[in-house]
Design a binder for this molecule. Structure first.
Ligand code: GN1
Ligand code: MG
Length: 395
């Protein structure tokens, strides 16, 4: 196996439950040198070499560095021979059947190629053997994407124009696939946005989770239990035939939209959770991540707010693509989408806190409790504006 003679590999990601790590590996004459603050994560060229070789990269001059802020998969930016790529390792604790993801990507890519040939769908690149995934023995599954040239992503939405653009992108994605047979998609995470299941998992964590943490989080636990009506409303909705199963992205946070240098939306990314679902998942996660000037990581809760003009832009952006697709029942539940998703995310963060951070990991003690509190405040801010915001949808 060849290892590069020179290059830099950085990795700031953490392993679940461990402390933040920073590793800088410099390779000289094939020998790695590590400069570390906390040596918990080691990602070296040699660890990734079998993967990058599958794509025919030569080791000389390649650079691989950690990229993005996703919580589940691990992502690197790869530069080789002047070309940029995104390399990802699929988290198999979460995505237990990586081939299901590849199957979905292939079906959607083929459909869009035929029905919307100009659409930018960022599909994985095939290996030298024509495979969509690389299996690295003892490590897991990887795939490589082209890096969309001239693109950038965002962590928070700073203008209504950005909210409009992002909402338009997700609306366009679902609309272009409205003629696609949604039942042909495989489920990549069973019951991913099933709020009733998330609620049961929360109750389960209350019964079996960390008792000390439970006592400390009593106020948040009670706050979530008190809003169980959201689960009941969700149950009623999904049994309503006017609530359609559509091709749904299921992770529409702002960092999953690529923008060009003029801040126009280019495409949506992070397509692993594209599955049959309901529009409230996509619209709700946009509300969760576009309406406030700060995101789920914010510890200063007074900075969390719901911006009316961003809500309006979100509605207009999504409707610019989906207005004629949505049923009247769906439109009436536009606001509910935000309640549904913010509540679900608060449940998931608090459940994980009670389960000792087994799913999301934690960068500091109490990280998921802070995230849960943050989402509860956001939900409160949204509900306070219910009447005003519902008037925005007058068309
Ligand atoms: C996870 O890995 P990432 O950041 O794309 C999670 C989403 C959550 C999000 C919260 C598969 O997404 O559902 O909304 O964290 N994805 C999965 O930041 O659980
Ligand atoms: Mg994601």
């Amino acid at each position: 196996m060849d290892v590069p003679q020179t290059g830099i590999c950085t990795d700031q990601r953490l392993l679940t439950g461990e402390r933040p790590s920073f590793v800088l590996a410099l390779l000289k004459n094939g020998e790695p040198f590590f400069f570390t603050k906390h040596v918990y994560v080691l990602t070296t060229f040699s660890a990734l070499a079998p993967v990058i070789e599958a794509y025919g990269f030569t080791a000389d001059g390649i650079s691989i560095e950690s990229f993005g802020t996703g919580l589940i998969n691990r992502t690197w930016k790869v530069v080789s021979a002047g070309k940029e790529y995104i390399l990802q390792k699929i988290n198999q604790r979460v995505f237990t059947q990586p081939h299901n993801i590849a199957h979905n990507h292939q079906l959607i890519a083929a459909y869009l190629k035929e029905h919307a040939p100009g659409y930018l769908f960022v599909a994985p690149l095939p290996t030298l053997n024509g495979e969509a995934l690389v299996y690295h023995e003892g490590e897991g599954y990887y795939r490589l994407f082209p890096f969309v040239g001239g693109s950038h992503s965002k962590e928070v939405v700073t203008t209504p124009g950005e909210a409009f653009e992002a909402a338009r992108q997700f609306g366009q994605f679902t609309r272009l696939l409205s003629g696609f047979d949604v039942t042909s998609l495989k489920t990549t995470i069973p019951s991913f946005h099933d709020l009733s299941l998330r609620y049961r998992q929360f109750l389960d964590a209350l019964a079996n989770g960390n008792k000390t943490r439970m006592a400390e989080a009593k106020e948040e636990v009670d706050g979530l239990l008190a809003q169980k009506g959201i689960v009941e409303q969700y149950e009623r909705l999904i049994h309503n035939p006017d609530f359609k199963r559509r091709v749904t992205h299921h992770d529409t946070k702002i960092s999953n939209v690529l923008f060009n240098s003029q801040n126009k939306g280019l495409c949506v990314i992070d397509l692993d959770t594209v599955m049959p679902g309901y529009f409230i998942s996509d619209v709700g996660d946009m509300m969760r991540t576009y309406l406030s000037p700060v995101n789920e990581e914010e510890k200063e809760f007074s900075r969390i707010e719901v911006r009316d003009d961003f809500y309006k832009a979100l509605v207009e952006g999504y409707y610019s693509e989906m207005q004629s697709e949505l049923t009247a029942t769906e439109k009436r539940h536009f606001f509910f989408a935000g309640q549904f998703m913010i509540y679900m995310q608060a449940l998931r963060f608090l459940t994980d806190h009670l389960n000792d951070d087994a799913y999301y990991g934690a960068r500091y003690e109490g990280h998921n409790l802070v995230r849960a509190k943050n989402q509860l405040v956001l939900l409160q801010r949204l509900l306070e504006k219910k009447e005003i915001l519902q008037q925005v949808i007058s068309f």
